[in-house]
Design a protein around this ligand. Structure first.
Ligand SMILES: [Zn+2]
Length: 365
């Protein structure tokens, strides 16, 4: 038998708690219900097939079933795409969906881009966007002169007017910089995500002219520091759930930084003691997010279905031991399992909903 065929069934007999719905109404701050064929989505090879209205209605029924009040769609595009997102998603089910806008990366090389982009953010606000989403494009794909030149740095001053305007308009900037630590190391027998990278070799940013992961995160952190009046949401636990000690230092250093949990249960749940301490200490700065996508074939841990959401509820709410972080038959990010952190009610309320409500100007409950 090959190790890749190994699907060991745990012989442990330990409590299994079924958590069908969130204990308190939840806002998922990180989803991709809609995604457009932008430069970012093309770079990442994301599936941008638009889902039909009936599928959106089905998602709302699932949300009711799971006590999920609102999904924040991060990839709402800009210009006409954004208008379409607002019409079809936000207005079709009032209160259930919000959307962010995205920078127009394809225009970065044009003269006058910096001020145009800042004005475009104002227009996006008027059109109904509640925040800005920066995909990992910035840092590992976006280059000077189209795809020809050197990579553009995360703290490039061309973006300063956009970050400042976001602060003035109270639009939080959700930012994904770099990727898991293991995507920046050789794909060899020591790589903890060897199997995942074997399935998706293009997800590796090791070698070529890629900056190291610490360089990318340092540039991002300089940007947090340079724009203290702008609120930033570091997606995926500020893209460093492998080292909660370091993320804690950033949260201490940058009061304008918040984090969310999207697609990182596999990291958080295999360090339950550290994770629980982290959630208790930063209960006002951590938000529930899943990175859910309805076109999620390549990302089973993000497939927008109740089974995926229930892994999160179980992790947050129970002290269950050694369970799956994804409904997939084989754990997609690595062959390990997780442990619940049984958060107290006051922390659950903040993480599930109230931190996001505050950040996005919604009513607290
Ligand atoms: Zn995402």
């Amino acid at each position: 038998m090959n190790l890749t065929d190994f699907e060991p069934k745990s012989m442990l007999v330990v409590p299994e708690t079924k958590v069908d719905k969130a204990k308190y109404p939840a806002i998922d701050v990180h989803t991709h219900v809609y995604m457009y064929p932008t430069k970012s989505s093309k770079d990442m090879g994301a599936n941008t097939k638009q889902i039909p209205a009936e599928q959106v209605d089905q998602i709302v029924r699932w949300m009711d079933e799971m006590n999920v009040e609102t999904l924040i769609n991060s990839t709402g595009g800009y210009g006409e795409d954004l208008q379409r997102t607002v019409e079809e998603l936000v207005k079709r089910h009032p209160g259930r969906f919000l959307t962010m806008t995205e920078p127009a990366w394809d225009k970065v090389g044009e003269p006058g881009y910096a001020n145009w982009q800042a004005d475009e953010i104002k227009r996006a606000r008027d059109a109904g966007a509640v925040g800005i989403k920066v995909l990992k494009t910035l840092g590992v794909y976006l280059r000077e002169r189209g795809d020809e030149g050197p990579l553009i740095k995360v703290d490039d001053p061309r973006f300063d007017p956009m970050w400042d305007v976001a602060g003035q308009l109270n639009m939080p900037v959700s930012i994904h910089t770099s990727d898991p630590d293991a995507f920046f190391t050789p794909i060899d027998r020591f790589n903890e995500r060897w199997e995942e990278l074997g399935n998706h070799p293009d997800w590796s940013f090791y070698g070529k002219d890629y900056p190291s992961k610490p360089e990318l995160l340092a540039a991002r952190n300089r940007m947090f520091e340079k724009h203290p009046k702008t609120k930033f949401v570091g997606y995926h636990i500020a893209n460093h759930p492998e080292n909660l000690g370091e993320v804690s230092q950033w949260l201490d250093r940058y009061p304008n930084l918040y984090v969310e949990t999207g697609a990182r249960l596999g990291e958080l749940g295999r360090q339950p003691y550290s994770a629980r301490k982290f959630f208790l200490k930063y209960a006002d700065r951590i938000m529930f997010g899943t990175d859910a996508t309805p076109n999620g074939e390549a990302y089973p841990q993000q497939d927008l279905k109740p089974a995926m959401y229930r892994c999160y509820f179980r992790f947050f709410e129970t002290m269950d031991e050694y369970f799956d972080y994804s409904p997939a038959a084989v754990p997609p990010q690595g062959r390990w399992r997780i442990y619940g952190i049984g958060l107290p009610d006051d922390v659950l309320k903040k993480v599930y909903r109230n931190n996001a409500a505050k950040l996005y100007g919604l009513k607290a409950v």
